[in-house]
Design a protein around this ligand. Structure first.
Ligand code: UDP
Length: 194
């Protein structure tokens, strides 16, 4: 996709529809993809923390997740087409997964939130296989087990709801182990659980 830079971050300049169509192709081809849905908080944090800036620079797609990013782009004279949010993208991925019987791994949030989110996924997307899940509060030793679990189960989609910068750091460190769509989804499991 063409990109528009705001705060030195190259945001994809496309529609939700075209983005989802691309993700559908990526899944069918078993590509390795890292999605960052960047809101203004993430963008500002990246300007102040170079290690995080380097991490998100490894993403295949950085989407403008927030009206503030669109306003910034317009002020710079290079407007972005539309907002692409983490929640909408996650929902679209579940729909694609349901149509194609893809598998997902859900990582993050508090245990009860995660369990409720898994139940809702099972109910709303009956053809999706949840091959694994873990809450977002783990130590280094547990992290190794989570990564081994992801490697063993080979999910098509890995959703990390750990908040930033943790979710992107986790993805960048581990994405090479499985060809999948890896996306940080922030507080989306909390919404999905409700
Ligand atoms: N979270 C987590 N592990 C952590 C910190 C946060 O799983 O170590 C979860 C938290 O429970 C929530 C999600 O990350 O479900 C997103 O948190 P927040 O809304 O603060 O992040 P944002 O959406 O702003 O990235």
């Amino acid at each position: 996709f063409p990109t528009v830079s705001v705060l030195n971050i190259p945001f994809i300049n496309t529609t939700n529809q075209a983005f989802i169509a691309q993700l559908s192709k990526d899944l069918a081809a078993n590509e390795n993809r890292f999605i960052v849905t960047a809101n203004p908080e993430i963008a500002l944090y990246a300007t102040k923390h170079n290690d995080y800036f380097q991490t998100i620079s490894q993403a295949d797609y950085i989407t403008p997740d927030g009206i503030g990013i669109l306003k910034g782009a317009t002020m710079l004279g290079t407007p972005l087409t539309e907002r692409i949010t983490g929640f909408d993208t996650m929902t679209a991925l579940f729909e694609i997964a349901n149509q194609n019987s893809y598998s997902v791994y859900l990582l993050g949030a508090k245990e009860e939130v995660l369990q409720a989110a898994c139940q809702n996924v099972a109910k709303q997307y009956p053809n999706v296989t949840i091959v694994g899940q873990h809450n977002g509060y783990f130590d280094d030793q547990e992290e190794q087990k989570i990564v081994a679990d992801i490697e063993r189960t080979q999910p098509n989609i890995i959703l990390a709801a750990l908040g930033f910068p943790k979710q992107e750091t986790f993805i960048e460190a581990n994405r090479h182990k499985v060809n999948a769509i890896w996306m940080g989804v922030g507080g989306s499991f909390d919404v999905l659980s409700g």
